[in-house]
Write a protein that binds this ligand. Sequence first.
Ligand code: HSO
Ligand code: ZN
Length: 396
Amino acid sequence: MIINSLPETRLISFEDVLDKVKKIVEDVKERGDAALIEYTEKFDGIKLNEIRVSKTEIDNQSKKIDNNLRNAIEIIIDQLKEFHLSTMPPQMGGGKNGIEFGIMWKPIEKLGIYVPGGKKLYPSTLLMASIPALVAGVKEIYVATPTKGEIDPAIAYISNRLGIKEVYKIGGAQAISALAYGTTSVTKVEKIVGPGNVYVQAAKYLVSKDVGIDGIEGPTELVIIADDSANPEYLADDLFAQGEHGDSSLLVLISLSDKIAKEVEKRLSSSDRKYYVVLANDLKEAIEYANKIAPEHLSLQIKCPREALKLVKNAGAVTLGNTPPAIIDYNAGPNHILPTNGWSRFKGGLTIYDFIKPITYANSSSPNKDLINAGITLAKYEGFVIHAKSISDRYE
Ligand code: HSO
Ligand code: ZN
């Protein structure tokens, strides 16, 4: 079905499942492993003897991947590392009025990564979450992923290769609660990142009062801006590609050319899922539409993508010109864990900055007199006389 208007604002709607998820989260928090085993049997149909994947199983499963896949994973690890290393913060700080100030970046200690299972496998998500964390200096990474019995060979290989501390065969809201609060088998972490279905996202929302989360990720979104330099075949491919994630992916083509729009519509018409195809009068208008949607992936398949990039205000990740958006999903370097549901208005995709915290410091033996007095004056105005005294006693 083709809709020739812009999509309505989408809202993350997990209200329907929130009550159910709350019960699961609280049950796991209270009963730990026993609850995890029950929910895994109920929802995943798996009877777990061990929640934690044994070293032997990880070793055996990782041997099952062929050389071709192993080489692919190695090349991608290198590429992702390079991207994240290129974003490391420089030494920051300086001084003014006799005060030395600065920032010390410290990694979080224990990280939980949720790797979705279900109909599709997501070893790429394990790479996308763990590599920036490792580059940031996170020492302990714990992974929860639902299985069909045995752990996926590619996930096992990556876990071994990257030194993941533990992998748990659990999914859904129960896995998020276990990582947030800890159980006998599952280590409690400081932050949980990774995409997942509506139950996983609702659980992340609930535990976010106690642990850090990366955000609430909804279904995949792709907005393409195309002009007559674009190839309709590729445009349709890109839309079909993100449609592989399921029926709720948001797929939009903003076309500057009537001819291109018609060509793409022809290709899309065989499919019964929803596509949005809209015409824009000029590039400025097209970018305005895209900024309004604030998509997860934005693709600029136009003659002058760099110029257009400067006008982009809201997007998770952008691909320029003929670059396929799927390269972000796998092998370009930037993350595929990105803000959805219009959240790119106020946040970006996962980077090393999700795993390091700025700890600020100040140091001075002899600040400037005016600065000392300014502090004392403001403290007294607020009625904090001892604050004022503690400054004046030192420096006056
Ligand atoms: N397009 C998804 C990521 C993904 N695609 C993983 C394939 N595997 C969200 O950016
Ligand atoms: Zn994708």
